[in-house]
Design a protein around this ligand. Sequence first.
Ligand code: ATP
Length: 217
Amino acid sequence: MRYAIEAGGLVKRFGDAVALDGVDLRVTAGQVTAVLGPAGAGKTTLLAVLAASVRPDAGWTKTATPVLLLDEPAADPAADPADDPADDPARAGTVLFTTRDPAQAERCADRIVVLDRGRVLAEGRPGELRRRVGGQILHVHPSVPADTDAITRILTELTGAVPARDAGGLLTVPATDPMLLSALVRRLDAAGVTADELGLRRPTLDEVLAALTGSPE
Ligand SMILES: Nc1ncnc2c1ncn2[C@@H]1O[C@H](COP(=O)(O)OP(=O)(O)OP(=O)(O)O)[C@@H](O)[C@H]1O
């Protein structure tokens, strides 16, 4: 495999702040790679080190000259996703861009590197990342709003986690136990409450990022 970018053991400190804490990176030539992470993760510092505009305290880099590095390219959510600047140069060659937006990373990148607190937490294709985090999301919508509390209690007892509730009243909670769905149906039945939506789905990349970085969505 031919790498357009290779880096190993990158460390960069700014006083007491550790911007990069031992980053290893390989970017395959011809691919679009997103460095995805929350504010302060070290994304800009990593790009600056790769562009040789910032000297790392430790580590090494090898970057081929035609590589396009984009730091948080702005994407207008109202615009056609096909117009995304991070997507555009994809046809031209190797691109490495940074973003805080999982949707932009998923839309534009072949591979995603999740960076947080100066460390690579995970990397892979978007679908791989979702599978790696494991588990699914259970979603339940009460038939009548009055049953929300009862269903919330049942979900909390069954999963050990308090479900999130969105503006539309949909309750969601991470699910790792494959028997959860049938157990839930029995409990709802016994409690005499009904749901007009009930199912399991893969986590979104936002939920994956929140699970990896421990940050609220
Ligand atoms: N020139 C600097 N002087 C001091 N601290 C810095 C400097 N540049 C970065 N840092 C610190 O290093 C850490 C990583 O910053 P960096 O800008 O690389 O993160 P980021 O992931 O690009 O964040 P954002 O998404 O907000 O742009 C932060 O804690 C930041 O405060």
